[in-house]
Write a protein that binds this ligand. Structure first.
Ligand SMILES: [Zn+2]
Length: 838
């Protein structure tokens, strides 16, 4: 369960081979989309959808509520999904959370929902809600759920997961349902989290539902037969002629933004039922409209009653061929809304109206630069562009900017369709904060992120620090439009390309590897890269070491003339003589300051470019380890870092493709390792099993890491019968009982004790075999708290002269994390049957 420490190979310099798609292009609404947004102005209902991870949310229902019911619809994902897998790149843990946050935001921009998070951390798989709650800092997560309710003031809350079925799905899932259920009344209680008041006010939602589906019934067949008379039901397969798509097609587009999980979805058309079970509040008599009986018109807010008629007129008079004719009515509506007495709806509807005024007039406002990373004090070129594309009178009266000292009273008439450009040089304020994900700037706990600024809690991402505010008089009424300064360039391949503008420190430092394993007293080279983001940077970089460790040289001096220059410096580190694990952070001294931030760039086509700043850190692990296997072959499966880890302890590892396996090839190695899920991903292995077994027979050692039981390429995984299961042990501290204490794998060349199972990360292992031939010797027994012991985590069988080993233990997680006991055990596995001479 324990979250990975920072494991990603940190890389600052990116080749520019990857082109960015326009995931940042400002939305420009068509006439039909404008009308759809206008319809929203007349609906004052809010709904909060609650689940645990990015991808849990039902995009069909979210899109239906936002686009058909016109409700203010928010998805509260308790976590950012750090613990998941990344199918499209190397990012894991925190960086995966950054990616998945952006994927959710892209999904919401498709389905018109809003996005919120809590501080809860996705620490990895957990079997039940009780375990989840124990690891999360529950008080903080509860406070954040209450905060989300008070922020979005939902009439209706919908849970994705059943709060009554702990143990039947991921513990995070059930916990999300339980927290929502428990806190339904609490947001209304002023004594609960009073520190959130008065910035927010108390709120009592009217109804709580569970969004059930066939999945919760075990099969579509069972769900079809189930009595659904007590459930709410609605057809979410509606067609939107203004958009040319059905709701379910939009939902598929939204879901397809979850690329790092491989959740691309194909749109469907026609009837699509959704079912809701009432958990709290009153059941709407018609059982089809979640807002039935709730006043969702303007008469629900003080001084609002007369507004509904204005919205009706606005829609009635809308001219699809010229939306700008609606501008006077929108301005009138805006003024009336300012006089209403409900700050929540006033803010939401005012924003919607202002963006509609801009859309109706084709108003284009942009502040851009041609540099993507700026440092405090840097002077840069800023280009401002404005154009009004409607026959409506507009005067620019003021341009003001945050972070670059710009406050210009500038009167200019925005003549219809006349483009205005203004080029200037501006200097970034010295005290401007860096742009980085706010939840990662300080170290949190296993269960929750640490967030210093309470006002940021719940927000999907950090605010940008360079913004321009345009004040424009439209038909004599002042409106202020806010725009982030963007980095924009023309890509020969993709054309107009946007990217967020970053504020970064003048110097960053990255350690090449996240983990260095010292298997002996031999020194190792540690490469540290210094990167200048401002010109004329001089200073030095050191690698401070604790007592017992030595590093040469003491420091490296550097001098960079140009912004963007970087250089790697290689320190030689000699470890202490006894086993020890240390965390090391390089320090830059320059400009009378110290800098310790590493920069990680995340670049994909489908999300905005992300720059993460975090303290640079590497783990140095001095092991007491020996191995008797020096010539090792490795066949990759779904991908793991085992070869890199084994090279760190002095093994020669050759990566071979399944198709290249031959008797001759194998005979040059002592040991063959199969990467995780190799028998799920490598079709060719089924033709090579006979050769692999023959290699064992003649004295070779084969180590097979976990495979999932579904979709194996061969039925004959091992030379003896072996049945895989979904058994796993997720508690990484679970006791490891030695079933075969005298077996060579726990004694030679490294004598293992229970100490070797301390400090494991995330889990013990997964997909353990449940049945095996008596030729196999089970080595350990372990289980999660309160569960039956599992003996299949490591099975060893002698076959002919050699050994066949099958293990579900999570070496693919432990070795890259530098876990010393896992290294010692793995060294024993690959050494089995070989003497210590190379
Ligand atoms: Zn989930």
């Amino acid at each position: 369960m324990l979250k990975f420490k920072v494991l990603l190979l940190i890389c600052v310099v990116f080749s520019t081979g990857l082109q960015l798609a326009n995931s940042q292009v400002p939305k420009k609404l068509t006439s039909g989309e404008i009308y759809q947004q206008m319809e929203k102005l007349g609906f004052l209902g809010s709904v909060l959808y609650v689940a645990a991870h990015p991808d849990d949310e039902n995009t069909r229902l979210i899109s239906y509520l936002a686009n058909d019911k016109k409700a203010h619809t928010t998805y509260l994902s308790l976590t950012r999904g750090d613990g998941g897998q990344n199918l499209i790149g190397p990012e894991i843990s925190e960086w995966l959370g950054v990616m998945r946050t952006q994927e959710l935001l892209m999904a919401r921009s498709v389905d018109n929902g809003h996005q919120m998070f809590t501080r809860a951390n996705d620490f990895g798989y957990s079997k039940n809600a009780e375990e989840t709650i124990k690891i999360w800092d529950t008080e903080k997560v509860k406070a954040d759920v209450v905060r989300a309710i008070r922020t979005t003031r939902p009439d209706v809350i919908i849970n994705r997961f059943d709060h009554r079925t702990s143990g039947e799905t991921h513990g995070h899932h059930t916990a999300s349902g339980q927290l929502s259920y428990e806190l339904f009344e609490k947001a209304a209680d002023p004594t609960v989290y009073p520190n959130q008041l008065p910035r927010l006010s108390t709120w009592q939602p009217r109804r709580l539902f569970f969004n059930t589906s066939w999945w919760f019934y075990g099969s579509e067949e069972k769900f079809k037969k189930a009595d659904k008379s007590a459930l709410m039901s609605m057809d979410v397969g509606v067609f939107f002629p203004l958009l040319g798509k059905s709701n379910t097609e939009i939902a598929a587009e939204s879901r397809s933004k979850h690329k790092c999980q491989g959740f691309g979805a194909t749109g469907t058309r026609g009837l699509q039922m959704e079912y809701l079970e009432l958990l709290k509040g009153d059941l709407p008599p018609g059982k089809s409209d979640i807002f039935e009986g709730i006043n969702t018109t303007w008469s629900r807010v003080p001084n609002g009653a007369s507004i509904q008629a204005l919205v009706d007129d606005l829609l009635k008079n809308y001219k699809f061929t010229d939306p700008s004719t609606s501008i006077p009515a929108l301005i009138d509506l805006y003024k009336k809304v300012q006089k209403t007495g409900d700050p929540f709806w006033k803010e939401i509807k005012s924003k919607e109206i202002v963006s509609l005024i801009a859309a109706c007039s084709g108003l284009f406002l942009e502040a851009r630069t041609n540099i993507h990373k700026l440092t405090p004090g840097e002077t840069f070129p800023l280009e401002i562009e404005l154009i009004n594309r409607a026959e409506v009178q507009m005067e620019l009266t003021n341009i003001k900017a945050e972070g670059i000292q710009l406050d210009t009273i500038w009167t200019a008439t925005l003549t219809p369709n006349e483009d205005i450009k203004w080029n200037t040089q501006r200097t970034v304020n010295l005290n401007i904060p860096n742009t980085a994900p706010y939840w990662l700037t300080q170290k949190g706990s296993l269960g929750t992120y640490y967030v210093e600024d309470q006002n940021m809690i719940g927000k999907p991402e950090s605010d940008r620090n360079l913004k321009v505010f345009f004040t424009i008089n439209i038909l004599g009424n002042p409106f202020t439009f806010e725009k982030n300064v963007v980095y924009k360039y023309n890509s020969p391949e993709n054309g107009e390309t946007y990217r967020p503008l970053e504020i970064v420190p003048p110097l960053t430092v990255n350690v090449k590897e996240a983990v260095y394993v010292f298997a002996a007293n031999k020194p190792k080279e540690v490469s540290v890269q210094v990167h200048a983001w401002a010109k004329d940077q001089q200073g030095s970089v050191v690698l401070p070491m604790p007592k017992g460790w030595t590093v040469t040289p003491d420091k490296f001096d550097f001098s960079f003339k140009e912004k963007g220059e970087n250089k790697s410096f290689v320190f030689t580190v000699t470890p202490t003589s006894t086993p020890e694990e240390i965390d090391v952070t390089p320090i830059i001294h320059a400009n009378d300051k110290t800098y310790t931030d590493a920069m990680i760039n995340i670049q994909y086509d489908h999300i905005p470019y992300q720059t993460v700043l975090m303290k640079a850190e590497a783990k140095f692990s001095r092991l007491n380890i020996q191995t008797a296997a020096h010539r090792v072959a490795y066949v990759a499966g779904a991908g793991d870092e085992i070869p890199t880890s084994l090279r760190q302890i002095g093994c020669t590892v050759e990566i071979i493709k399944p198709e290249d396996i031959s008797e001759e090839k194998l005979s040059t190695f002592q040991t063959l390792i199969l990467g995780v899920r190799a028998y799920n991903t490598e079709e060719n292995l089924k033709y090579k099993q006979a050769m692999i077994f023959d290699f064992v027979k003649k004295g070779g050692t084969v180590v097979v890491q976990y495979n999932v039981s579904n979709g194996l390429v061969t039925k004959e995984l091992a030379p003896y019968p072996l049945t895989l299961s979904r058994n796993r042990v997720t508690v990484e501290e679970a006791e490891m009982r030695f079933l075969a204490p005298d077996h060579a794998v726990v004694n030679t060349p490294n004598k293992l004790t229970s100490k070797d199972f301390e400090g494991w990360v995330q889990e013990r292992g997964l997909y353990f075999p449940s049945e095996w031939d008596k030729a196999f010797v089970p080595i350990f027994s372990c289980n999660d708290p309160g569960e039956t012991p599992l003996d299949g985590s490591l099975l060893v069988a002698q076959y002919g002269e050699g050994y066949y080993i099958y293990t579900g233990l999570s070496f693919f997680r432990e070795l890259p994390a530098g876990v010393s006991g896992a290294y010692r055990l793995f060294a024993n596995l690959i050494s089995l049957g070989h003497d210590s001479k190379p």
